[in-house]
Design a protein around this ligand. Structure first.
Ligand SMILES: NC(=O)c1ccc[n+]([C@@H]2O[C@H](COP(=O)([O-])OP(=O)(O)OC[C@H]3O[C@@H](n4cnc5c(N)ncnc54)[C@H](O)[C@@H]3O)[C@@H](O)[C@H]2O)c1
Length: 337
């Protein structure tokens, strides 16, 4: 059997849903070499999508993530409300609201037009892929593709198989995503929250618990988190971190500490109250912190600036950084001999 191509130039990609993530995913795929068909499920998307994608492309050009101008990529991008434009796509990424009913309706519209061989994926944050694929005509070629915002600068990507997904599609996406500048993870068996959300939500729960019980303020928890995990997580994951700092200590601490960690199953009151009162975070200035309009804008700008800086650092320290050093040392030894 011939292997499907992993050359982005030969693969037209579709995106349905042009909100925050749909636009940054479109940017990532264009820069990787795909032709992109971007479908706006609601007319409201059309107001912002082109402008947002152009802005991402312009910034990426200025930051030297690409040597091509936004105009070049816009020739390879079609923004439309017409689902039938997805017909030539070998890969379609659904990126609509995190709502099962909406996603179901969208899959019907997509599957009515795409080829039976095309792969359909969802960028869902937390709906199990097994549930989503049960709403499709061809569950074997349905998978999860979980991106991190801003998708055109981050290296994170989870490829998730549902119970009915065929693993070879997961492997194809895994291989292809290296061309998108990702360091992907293949989740071979479906689990709610996949990998990172399970890790992150256990931290969010404990953070809320510490504040609710009066051990620390929101500011203190954030400061501790930034200056501890924030210093090593771009280089190593949790297991290498324990190796680097001595496994037995973790064994000892776990015995005493684990029984005291929060295992609350309801949504913490701290976040419940914010949401009940209409708080959305930086978007409307009301979250765990409050923001003036200027502060909110500057936080968003600073986050974008940081995402380019951290990307540079991350590229300097890829997963195989040590293997690369070993090869370099061997080569240096050979040339000395
Ligand atoms: N924001 C993140 O950081 C992030 C990270 C990972 C995964 N995700 C997931 O990506 C998906 C999209 O998130 P986002 O942040 O881009 O959201 P968003 O709110 O910015 O965009 C949502 C999109 O859904 C579409 N939509 C809204 N109502 C619809 C309807 N009735 N029918 C069809 N389409 C409709 C909108 O047109 C819009 O394009 C969600 O599943 C989310 O969980 C988000």
């Amino acid at each position: 059997m011939t292997q499907p191509t992993t050359n982005p130039q030969e693969i037209t990609a579709g995106i349905v849903g042009l909100g925050l993530m749909g636009c940054s995913i479109a940017t990532c795929l264009l820069m990787a070499g795909h032709r992109v068909v971007a479908v706006a499920p609601l007319p409201a998307d059309l107001i912002h999508a082109a402008e947002r994608i152009r802005h991402h492309l312009q910034k990426s050009w200025e930051e030297k993530l690409t040597d091509r101008s936004p105009d070049y990529f816009f020739e390879r991008l079609q923004i439309t409300e017409d689902y039938s434009s997805l017909q030539p796509c070998q890969l379609v990424i659904e990126c609509t609201l995190e709502d099962l009913e909406i996603k179901k309706q969208v899959y019907q519209k997509i599957e009515n037009v795409i080829a039976a061989t095309a792969v359909l994926v969802s960028n869902t944050s937390a709906i199990p892929i097994t549930i989503l694929q049960s709403c499709t005509k061809f569950p074997a070629r349905f998978l999860g593709l979980h991106w991190a915002e801003p998708s055109h600068t981050t290296r994170f990507l989870e490829v998730i198989c549902g119970d009915q997904s065929e693993l070879h599609f997961g492997e194809w996406l895994y291989n292809l995503s290296h061309c998108w500048g990702k360091e992907p993870t293949l989740v071979r068996k479906d689990i709610r929250g996949f990998i990172t959300n399970r890790l992150m939500y256990s931290m969010y729960r404990e953070a809320c618990s510490l504040v609710e019980k009066g051990y620390a303020t929101v500011e203190d928890v954030d400061r501790a988190c930034r200056n501890n995990a924030g210093y090593w997580m771009t280089l190593v994951g949790v297991f290498r971190w324990m190796d680097l700092t001595g496994v037995p200590a973790y064994h000892t601490v776990m015995k005493e500490l684990l029984p005291t960690l929060s295992n609350q199953t309801e949504v913490p009151k701290l976040i419940e109250d914010i949401v009940k009162n209409g708080g959305r975070g930086v978007v409307n200035g009301k979250g765990f912190y409050t923001y003036t309009e200027e502060e909110a804008r500057l936080w968003e700008e600073t986050f974008t600036e940081f995402s380019y800086d951290i990307r540079e650092l991350a590229l300097k320290y890829p997963a195989d950084v040590v293997q690369r050093k070993i090869v370099k040392n061997v080569e240096a030894k050979k040339s000395d001999e």
